[in-house]
Ligand binder design. Structure first.
Ligand SMILES: NC(=O)c1ccc[n+]([C@@H]2O[C@H](COP(=O)([O-])OP(=O)(O)OC[C@H]3O[C@@H](n4cnc5c(N)ncnc54)[C@H](OP(=O)(O)O)[C@@H]3O)[C@@H](O)[C@H]2O)c1
Length: 255
């Protein structure tokens, strides 16, 4: 990657992105905004980045700007920066439309992206809109890039970034139960997490097979998978997940 990368907003997401970028490209030029002095200094020292004097100095020094402030700060931050026409500014705010971002970063190109924390391990699926070669090249260092064809898909696809977090809640609930019935804590954690990774790997290895059909092959009549699934359905356990997805989408669409 020859593009110099600037990061404005060195919070949680930025730290995951920097870790993954550095692992993927030991030579990448990464320039950080100085806001949150302690975190920018720590990230710079840990991953080999430069801390700029201010946000304008970040923009002046780079080709691609990752805008990873909180959503409510994104436009105001950009309005105080002059960008160049040869730059790309990538916003990670889930519900900030291009029409709101673009005027604040003109004449640079505006792109929306939704990476998740496993970018630190270079395995983040990242949805992107619109197609932009430099943005795709950057996020390809961090995992699979999914370029959307319509901005209307961006917000619904971004809900899956929230689902990613809920998977940890499911891990925690299941590990706690497993420990509670006598399995040693470390074994319980490994067993649950490796099992979910196995399920994900199987689904990824058979992209044309319907997940419902894969489930049927596991749920032997009279077996434990079928029995527990019946309990989940009786308790509307899966409906709760759908309701949460609906609620997050509605919240993002209404805001
Ligand atoms: N966290 C995730 O895993 C994740 C995943 C996907 C998308 N996102 C999105 O990515 C964005 C960042 O999320 P986050 O969780 O990383 O938030 P965060 O931890 O709160 O980080 C935001 C950072 O922006 C900084 N900031 C605020 N105003 C600034 C300014 N004027 N100039 C430069 N920096 C400024 C904040 O500094 P202070 O701390 O000093 O206020 C903070 O360090 C959000 O839009 C979020 O929805 C996050």
């Amino acid at each position: 990657m020859t593009d110099r990368i600037g990061i404005i907003g060195v919070g949680h997401l930025a730290s995951f992105l920097i870790e993954g970028l550095r692992r993927a490209d030991p030579d990448a030029d990464i320039v950080l905004s100085p806001r949150n002095v302690k975190r920018s200094a720590t990230l710079a020292a840990t991953f080999g980045a430069t801390v700029a004097a201010d946000n304008q100095a970040v923009a002046d020094a780079v080709d691609v700007v990752l805008l990873t402030t909180r959503p409510s700060d994104a436009v105001a931050v950009c309005q105080r920066i002059s960008f160049r026409s040869d730059q790309v500014v990538i916003s990670t705010a889930a519900n900030l439309p291009l029409a709101a971002l673009a005027p604040a970063i003109t004449p640079a190109a505006a792109v929306r992206a939704m990476p998740i924390s496993c970018a630190a391990l270079n395995v983040s699926p990242t949805v992107l809109f619109p197609a932009n070669t430099r943005a795709s090249t950057l996020f390809a260092l961090l995992g699979n890039v999914h370029v959307l064809t319509d901005e209307a898909q961006f917000t619904p696809a971004s809900v899956i970034a929230a689902f990613y977090g809920w998977v940890y809640a499911l891990f925690d609930e299941t590990v706690t139960w497993t420990e509670g019935v006598g399995v040693p804590p470390r074994l319980a954690r490994d067993l649950v997490v490796e099992t979910v990774r196995g399920a994900a790997d199987m689904a990824l290895a058979h992209p044309d097979e319907e997940l419902r059909v894969m489930l049927e092959s596991l749920a032997t009549p009279g077996g434990i998978t079928e029995y527990g699934l019946g309990v989940l359905h009786q308790r509307h356990g899966l409906d709760g997940w759908t309701e949460a997805l609906d609620a997050v989408l509605k919240g993002m669409t209404d805001s």
